[in-house]
Design a protein around this ligand. Structure first.
Ligand code: MG
Length: 266
């Protein structure tokens, strides 16, 4: 739950219009174009563009997406797994990232592709070996993610690079919400997934086994995170199959909705 009235949400979208790409702050049904980029102090230009006239892009272009598996006990159990002592950590490549409204291409080498609605943490500054008390300082904000997974491939291949790293397997968006704090996440934001309007997943971020700060400590113990890198924090229970033609939507309380359609990969 979010403590209403304390903070103004600031939503930063990346967009294209007439062949130009930029960042803007979402204000109602408009974007206020920003000068520069959101990883430093930036100014709003005052130049407004209507949201329905732009194409929203993935809100960041990550150098890497670091994903955490089995971070909700009920989801671990539904696939017959225990919650691991050490977090399961894997990568999704930059080439797997797509934006809101972009198609998810069903890969030819799988017969069972699943949705996984997840809270995504967007990193705001270069960091490594981050102490827990500094973790919130390296976060730019949060967005919605769908950790699209070829479940059959995941089960038969030892590493998950193909199962979770194929092109278009990492929808991100619709924007980065910078007004949330780790305390809001710990208090429990609703994470929902619908397929063709029917609810498939509904969890709360308060049910994460390891909170966001712990994940940042764990990951940066091993590697440097760069501005725009993304951490996927795991999915709640209710994962299930997607079919060509389905429309899948991830909604996170206080952030927004990320919608993508599944197409046959050409
Ligand atoms: Mg996942």
């Amino acid at each position: 739950m979010i403590n209403e009235g304390q903070r103004q949400p600031v939503r930063i979208a990346r967009f294209s219009i007439d062949g130009n790409v930029g960042f803007g702050v979402v204000e109602g049904d408009e974007l206020d174009v920003i000068k520069g980029h959101p990883f430093a102090e930036f100014e709003r230009s005052g130049q407004k563009v209507p949201l329905d006239k732009v194409r929203l892009l993935p809100p960041v272009l990550p150098n890497k997406v670091v994903a955490i598996g089995r971070n909700y006990a009920e989801h671990a159990a539904e696939l017959g797994n225990a919650v691991p002592d050490v977090p399961v950590t894997f990568f999704k490549p930059s080439t797997s990232v797509i934006g809101p409204g972009d198609p998810i291409g069903y890969p030819s080498f799988s017969q069972e592709v699943h949705h996984e609605a997840e809270l995504a943490v967007v990193i705001g500054r270069m960091c490594r070996e981050v102490p827990r008390e500094r973790a919130k300082d390296v976060i730019l904000g949060y967005t919605c993610a769908n950790d699209i997974t070829a479940r059959d491939v995941q089960q038969r291949e030892k590493q998950w690079a193909r199962a979770k790293g194929f092109d278009s397997s990492c929808p991100l968006g619709p924007w980065v919400e910078t007004g949330l704090e780790p305390a809001d996440i710990a208090a429990g934001l609703a994470v929902q997934c619908t397929v063709n309007g029917e609810q498939r997943q509904l969890g709360r971020t308060s049910d994460m086994v390891r909170p966001v700060e712990d994940l940042i400590v764990h990951i940066t113990e091993a590697m440097t995170l760069l501005p725009g890198d993304v951490i996927l924090t795991g999915t709640p229970a209710g994962v299930g199959p997607l079919n060509v033609g389905d429309e899948v939507a991830v909604t996170i309380e206080g952030i927004g909705t990320l919608t993508n359609k599944v197409i046959k990969r050409g």
